[in-house]
Design a protein around this ligand. Structure first.
Ligand code: GLU
Length: 316
């Protein structure tokens, strides 16, 4: 007898089976190559971690392999910016799905330099501007924030990825300059971009990701034991807002389909990671670097979809 479908032994069995089944599938998708540093990964890595509200982390496959979290970092930076801002933040970046690629510049001109949401690059650059203006040492504050949430000190920023992001970040620079021209970037563009690229270069593994984001499954309070136990990371309202934005905009231009077929707030990164928040249950994090045409991890999306269906997890 395994108890309820959501008991740890059952979760372990489900994810072990999913990883085994995954490995029988033909390899689909391509590793991101927009910067050279992201190409140097094992394309066939696949891992999953599920962290439940009691802090138990259940893993399978390459769950403890570090990888470049890329856009998943946009969750941490949004929470950091929200905790030091009032609702005026939402006049500088909106909360609407964009219906465009994550790095698209086309809406910015017609919408006066106000990005559609904080999960696309333009929005995350505005959020970086807020962090740069509110924290005296933004990069250090960012690493400290994530380290405390992971319980891993210090978390690492991959300097090769960081250098590569800076060298090849022309499109992000173009968006930052356009927003500066509209008055929506207040700091120096160079400093804002430097911080944005730094966030993107964070390396974590599935276990870290799942543990660090538990507060989003628990109304803003980090529930696990250890340094951050019981700490309010963000208010209940901000927790609700982050989850709402993840539900509508977290999976690039496949967010609608993901809500339709899975129904969990989630965020993807072009490094091949995806995190999904299950309110009042926990967090699922997956990694597999081959991406589909939307920039979402091919195997990762399949793993989360199957896991959520098997355990009956959906917010809808
Ligand atoms: N560093 C990437 C960029 O700014 C983030 C891509 C992503 O994971 O969405 O282009």
């Amino acid at each position: 007898m395994l108890g309820t479908p959501q008991c740890p032994a059952n979760i372990q069995k489900v994810i072990d089976n999913l990883i085994a089944e995954m490995r029988t599938h033909p390899a689909n998708g391509q590793v991101a190559d927009y910067i050279p540093a992201l190409k140097n990964v094992d394309p066939d890595s696949v891992g999953i971690a599920c962290c439940t509200l009691d802090g138990e982390v259940i893993t399978a496959g390459d769950a403890d392999k570090d990888f470049s979290v890329q856009s998943i970092a946009k969750i941490y930076s949004l929470v950091m910016a929200m905790t030091r801002s009032d609702d005026q933040l939402w006049e500088r970046v909106r909360m609407e799905p964009s219906g465009q690629a994550f790095n698209s510049i086309v809406q910015l001109e017609s919408e006066n330099g106000i990005p559609r949401n904080p999960m696309i690059n333009a929005g995350a650059i505005v959020i970086s501007d807020i962090i740069v203006s509110r924290y005296s040492t933004p990069n250090h504050a960012f690493v400290q924030f994530v380290s405390r949430l992971c319980g891993r000190d210090p978390v690492l920023v991959d300097n090769t990825v960081f250098a590569s992001e800076k060298k090849h970040g022309h499109r992000n620079a173009a968006m930052a300059h356009l927003m500066k021209d509209f008055g929506n970037i207040h700091g120096k563009v160079e400093n804002v971009l430097e911080h944005y690229f730094y966030q993107c270069s964070l390396s974590l593994n599935c276990s870290d990701l799942a543990r660090s984001l538990l507060f989003l499954a628990n109304k803003g309070i980090q529930p696990t034991t250890g340094e951050t136990a019981g700490e309010e990371v963000c208010t209940r309202v901000d927790c609700h807002r982050v989850n709402a934005i993840l539900s509508t905009s977290g999976m690039y231009d496949q967010s609608g389909e993901f809500a339709f077929s899975v129904g969990l707030p989630a965020k993807s990164g072009v490094g091949g990671g995806i995190v999904a928040i299950v309110p009042n249950f926990g967090v699922i994090a997956v990694y597999s670097p081959r991406l589909n045409q939307f920039g979402n991890s091919h195997a990762g999306k399949w793993l989360i979809t199957e896991f959520a269906q098997k355990l009956g997890l959906s917010v809808f």
